[in-house]
Design a protein around this ligand. Structure first.
Ligand SMILES: NC(=O)c1ccc[n+]([C@@H]2O[C@H](COP(=O)([O-])OP(=O)(O)OC[C@H]3O[C@@H](n4cnc5c(N)ncnc54)[C@H](O)[C@@H]3O)[C@@H](O)[C@H]2O)c1
Length: 268
């Protein structure tokens, strides 16, 4: 068990990648503090983890609200006496033409994806310093390597997240508090469902995506969760300030070469 008895706060656990991280962390022996805004869904996730023999509690919290985040850290310390890992996963996925983006859109995306990461980290840092240890995993995106049209607020927030991660990695390296980003490519979550549901022609849609993802498939939630386990765990003890890509080769590809890609697919 790679996270045995580690106390881990994971934000945004009521769906998608955050739910998967909470489940896999518990399988790896962590005591998981599941964080979400909606009580019913959030509590159900913690209950399901406990039902499978894992350790999990649920705390209702909007990561963009400072008082709620401070209460989250206080409750974690009261209940478990320490915080070993913080996973800043809660996020707003956002696509809109820049000329239509409002100041409210900007504040909402930056408020959760970047300010939320700042607030949660700030609320835990005192405890990390007291312990002389801590590992923060920030769920960023492949958009931190290159950008996508129609995602300016999201891209700005996630690039900010990488900057914050590297800055804190340097500031706290000598005190054994590590900060890393994990950047997923396209993962089998609601986003992938939405892409396929919105496709006019499925063959064209899949051909487009597979030409952009050298592995020729989307990633699974568990694959992202396993990468998060690694960064959170002592196996990554000398890794800080990194941005680990889990993207099936997406950001390594300069340009797709269809004839070669189809030959490679045939060899599988
Ligand atoms: N799915 C992908 O392909 C993909 C790719 C790259 C990065 N990501 C990142 O992974 C993370 C998870 O995304 P997902 O695809 O699982 O989406 P999701 O919408 O299923 O998960 C996001 C979670 O964050 C929660 N959340 C949103 N605002 C919150 C707030 N203010 N306070 C507390 N919780 C809040 C949501 O309720 C939800 O449970 C996000 O940070 C996203 O940017 C996802």
């Amino acid at each position: 068990m790679r996270l045995k008895d580690k106390v881990a706060i994971v934000t945004g656990t009521s769906s998608g990648i955050g739910l998967g991280i909470a489940e896999v962390f518990a399988e790896e022996g962590a005591k998981v503090v599941c964080v979400a805004r909606r009580e019913k869904e959030g509590e159900a996730v913690a209950e399901s983890i406990r039902g499978k023999g894992g350790s999990a509690v649920f705390v209702t919290c909007d990561v963009s609200v400072e008082e709620q985040v401070e209460e989250l850290a206080r409750r974690t310390i009261d209940d478990f006496g320490r915080i070993d890992v913080l996973v800043n996963n809660a996020g707003v996925n956002f696509v809109k033409a820049f000329e239509e983006v409002t100041a409210e859109d900007w504040d909402r995306v930056i408020g959760v994806d970047l300010r939320g990461t700042f607030l949660c980290t700030k609320a835990c840092i005192g405890q990390f310093l007291k312990q002389g240890s801590g590992s923060v995993v920030n769920i960023a995106t492949v958009h931190t390597m290159a950008c996508m049209a129609g995602a300016a607020p999201y891209d700005a927030a996630k690039w900010g997240m990488v900057g914050l991660t590297k800055s804190l990695a340097v500031e706290y390296a000598a005190r054994d508090i590590r900060f890393n980003c994990l950047s997923p490519g396209l993962i089998d979550t609601q986003i992938w469902d939405d892409i396929r549901n919105g496709a006019e022609d499925m063959d064209t849609c899949l051909a487009h995506w597979w030409s952009n993802i050298p592995m020729g498939r989307v990633g699974t939630i568990r694959e992202i969760a396993q990468a998060a386990v690694f960064l959170a765990s002592d196996e990554a003890a000398y890794i800080t300030g990194a941005n680990l890509l889990a993207d099936g080769g997406m950001t390594s590809q300069l340009i797709s070469t269809p004839s070669y890609a189809s030959k490679a697919q045939q060899r599988k």
